[in-house]
Design a binder for this molecule. Structure first.
Ligand code: GLU
Length: 449
């Protein structure tokens, strides 16, 4: 049974369902936030009067476009591109682009909706948006990726700008893709507008620590949750799902903080290496050679690969879901708790189903939801924008320090907000309420726009 939505909020949710049929991930993301908001309306009746919840659930602008491109065989291919500019009360729309065959409007809207509150929690001046395409980069040549990115940007550029909308990466979009898109933006506009995209390469306007930021940030967040409980990563056995950018730098930071990651995965299955994951090898396989995680076994005979397996079967004390949405269901969550898991930090966006969230909250373990725990990525994107605006570049140490401070602030804000609203230790409520209140105040102040 999902928690009840407050009776003042329920009709708003019903309206969202009716207006956005078939967009199940969007419904799920909206429901999770709305479940937290009943008590906020009691303290802030002005938000009802201004219809803030109704307005926040409706994107300011949604762009859907055709992306035609030619593959290496000369065949014409057509994909669909999206950019949902959800909310700009706090700053220009900010959020990544996802290239994955599962992408449709419902996925982009769930991500864009979450991004509003996540970005608000960072305390930095960024609104919320998200975009992407149903393009599948898997198995595509470098030339094909470039042609796709150029075609995608040929439409998208007119909607972007450093003060308007600033995309970055997400699943399927990393430094290579950002490079091709930035090149095309520059070519069309004849402007070297560094602040229009983040996640850029170091030599052309990128920021140190941006590639590491989501994983490092999620680990810092869990570290803070553990500290509150008088605990730390020292000696803890951890599992990290995925093996992309978020997973890789989560593993790195956990190892630096004295924990041991014994399992990671990709869409084919998971590897377990009891001695601790060899991170350099994972980086070589996934980041440089773009191979499958299964190939890890060619280098470590004492590791094992479970084809099509479920990584949450592996007992651990800390779990860091860093792959994709809804990767932990109610059963997985129950198994994790039963096997002794005491903390979960979400590096991915909405990786836990509503049933899973309920299990984590009722068990009393430390549970850090994505919109708080993985905010380090977009926060460091905002730091990249700051460096671009001042034509400066900061050192690794300084940038990482800023990231850590931001994660500590987010943790503190969520922790205190959960207490203030009578649900101590519930970071889901803390994140939803604190993020919402910040955006709501700004929307009231800016008038009916
Ligand atoms: N895609 C990341 C996220 O989910 C980062 C977005 C950004 O840096 O703008 O927050």
């Amino acid at each position: 049974m999902a928690p009840k939505i407050d009776e003042k909020v329920e009709p708003i949710f019903q309206e969202v369902l009716a207006r956005n049929p078939g967009e199940t991930e969007f419904h799920q993301a909206v429901r999770e936030v709305l479940e937290s908001l009943g008590p906020v309306l009691v303290k802030h009746p002005e938000f009802c009067h201004h219809k803030i919840i109704e307005r926040i659930c409706e994107p300011e602008r949604q762009i859907i476009f055709r992306v035609p491109w030619q593959d290496d065989q000369g065949n014409v291919q057509i994909n669909r591109g999206f950019r949902v500019e959800f909310n700009s009360a706090l700053g220009p729309y900010k959020g990544g682009l996802r290239f994955h065959p599962s992408v449709y409007l419902g996925i982009i809207k769930f991500l864009g909706f979450e991004q509003i509150f996540k970005n608000a929690l960072t305390g930095l001046p960024i609104g919320g948006g998200k975009g992407g395409s149903d393009f599948d980069p898997k198995g595509r040549s470098d030339d094909e990726i470039m042609r796709f990115c150029q075609s995608f940007m040929t439409e998208l550029y007119r909607h972007l700008g450093e003060y308007t909308d600033v995309p970055a990466g997400d699943i399927g979009v990393g430094g290579r893709e950002i490079g091709y898109m930035f090149g095309q933006y520059k070519r069309i506009t004849n402007r070297y507008e560094s602040g229009v995209l983040t996640g850029k390469g170091l030599s052309w306007g990128g920021s140190l620590v941006r590639p590491e930021a989501t994983g490092y940030g999620a680990t810092f967040f869990v570290d803070e949750m553990l500290k509150v409980r008088g605990d730390s990563f020292g000696g803890k056995t951890c599992t990290v799902s995925g093996s992309g950018n978020v997973a890789i730098y989560t593993i790195e930071k956990i190892h630096q903080l004295g924990g041991k990651v014994i399992a990671c995965s990709d869409s084919n299955g998971y590897i377990v290496h009891e001695r601790g994951i060899d991170l350099q090898l994972v980086q070589q396989l996934k980041e440089i050679e773009r191979r499958r995680i299964k190939d890890y076994l060619n280098y470590h005979k004492d590791a094992r690969f479970v084809e099509g397996g479920n990584i949450w079967d592996v007992p651990c004390q800390v779990a860091m879901p860093s792959a994709t949405q809804n990767e932990i269901n109610g059963k997985d969550a129950a198994k994790l708790v039963k096997n002794g898991c005491i903390a979960v930090g979400e590096g991915a966006n909405m990786p836990t189903t509503p049933e899973g969230v309920k299990v984590f909250l009722e068990s009393g373990i430390a549970y850090g939801p994505g919109k708080a725990a993985n905010a380090g990525g977009v926060a460091t994107s905002a730091l990249e924008m700051q460096q671009n605006a001042s034509r400066d570049s900061w050192t690794f140490e300084y940038t990482e320090q800023r990231l850590q401070q931001i994660m500590q602030n987010i943790h503190q804000l969520c922790y205190e907000t959960a207490e203030e609203y009578g649900t101590p230790g519930n970071y889901v409520n803390g994140a939803n309420i604190a993020g919402f209140i910040k955006v709501a105040h700004a929307m009231v102040a800016l008038g009916l726009i």
